[in-house]
Design a protein around this ligand. Structure first.
Ligand code: TYM
Length: 340
């Protein structure tokens, strides 16, 4: 069985983009993979997080994942800072990664914007920690949204350079799993920008805890163009907002753009938006209520994360210890957890 690893930042309420691009695929993949899912709090602090909020958001993200159907007994769910091997392998990878590679990362350019001199070094180097997250488990498949593709290519470059530099075949090749018609959900206000937890406008996104009225209002106000929906997928060319709403509809009904348009082509956006709202409410309301149920029992969430961290550490400690041996670190018996 192939081993899967993926992560999500606890930097706010998950959006419909996180759900369709990642979380629901994570749940589906549990049937035929060994899955390790991580709430990546080390990644979250690459941008300032209020300490009290970070702990709460970590619990909330775990609750959302459990509500989306992650099974913490059959698989592993934990928070990244609880397993120190991520940071240990991260450091080794910082020394393998070339600056030229990081300079090509488009997400850094987007997030840093014009304020490059003033963002954290962590934000710049974070794709190397992401490589360590995955490779610490020798995981080979990584379900993510389209925006993470470039980071996974970098992870393969890092693995290959490590293997080359140390003359080993130690780290495997990893394969991105970028699935379905909503691998890149766009902002409801601007079809050329990604839907994001950190967008200043709450109207730009559906949050997984939005109630039916909020969902209806956001979809009603979502930007569209003046034409009715086309009858075929080619007609979405040059119409990013229409493509986005059709893609969301397709993902929620497990179909594709073409079959949504076969049914809804020719309709105006008013009617289509009503159908989309009903569908969103039907799919998201149970997740919101299940999340609330988990959040009413923070002790149970923490028990899941504690157990997950122990099982995650048991898998990655020997792999990271071997990477440290390959690098030439002197192993002082009994001093470092996980070293033989
Ligand atoms: P993060 O927290 O930004 O996003 C978590 C997951 O949600 C996906 N996603 C989207 N998919 C479709 N449309 C969108 N608008 C959208 N917004 C977000 C992301 O692609 C991602 O799959 N660096 C990662 C977390 C990470 C990780 C890892 C992922 C850390 N270590 C190792 C995989 C493997 C991140 O910041 O994701």
């Amino acid at each position: 069985m192939q081993r899967i690893f993926s992560g999500i930042q606890p930097s706010g309420i998950p959006t419909l983009g996180n759900y369709l691009g990642a979380m629901r695929n994570w749940a589906a993949l549990q049937h035929d993979h060994e899955c390790i899912y991580c709430v990546v709090d080390l990644h979250a602090i690459t941008q300032w997080q209020e300490p009290a909020d970070l702990a709460r958001q970590t619990r909330e993200m775990a609750a959302s994942l459990l509500a989306c159907g992650i099974d913490p007994r059959a698989h592993i769910l934990f928070n990244q800072s609880a397993v120190p091997a991520h940071a240990r392998l991260g450091w080794i990878f910082y020394c393998v990664t070339r600056l030229g590679w990081l300079n090509r990362m488009t997400q850094f350019k987007d997030k840093a914007g014009k304020d490059r001199e003033n963002v954290s070094a962590g934000l710049y180097i974070y794709p190397s920690l992401m490589a360590a997250d995955i490779l610490a488990y020798h995981a080979t498949r990584v379900p993510v949204g389209e925006d993470q593709r470039q980071h996974l290519e970098l992870a393969n470059d890092i693995a290959q350079k490590f293997n080359h530099d140390y003359g080993v075949e130690f780290f495997p090749h990893i394969e991105p799993l970028i699935m379905g018609p909503a691998a890149r959900v766009m902002s409801l206000r601007d079809g050329t920008r990604k839907m994001s937890k950190s967008d200043a406008s709450d109207q730009s996104r559906i949050n997984l805890n939005d109630d039916a009225d909020m969902i209806a209002a956001k979809i009603r106000r979502a930007k569209t163009d003046a034409e009715p929906l086309p009858g075929e997928a080619e007609g979405l060319e040059g119409r990013p907002e229409a493509r986005n709403l059709v893609g969301i509809f397709a993902a929620l009904t497990d179909t594709d753009h073409a079959s949504v348009l076969r049914e809804h082509g020719g309709r105006g956006f008013g009617a289509f938006k009503e159908s989309l709202t009903a569908l969103l409410v039907e799919k998201l309301a149970p997740i919101a209520s299940e999340t609330t149920r988990w959040l009413n029992d923070p002790g149970a969430i923490e028990a899941v994360l504690r157990d997950g961290a122990a099982r995650a550490a048991a898998l990655c400690d020997p792999i990271v210890a071997e990477a440290e041996r390959l690098v030439g670190f002197l192993s002082v018996q009994g001093v470092k957890a996980g070293r033989a």
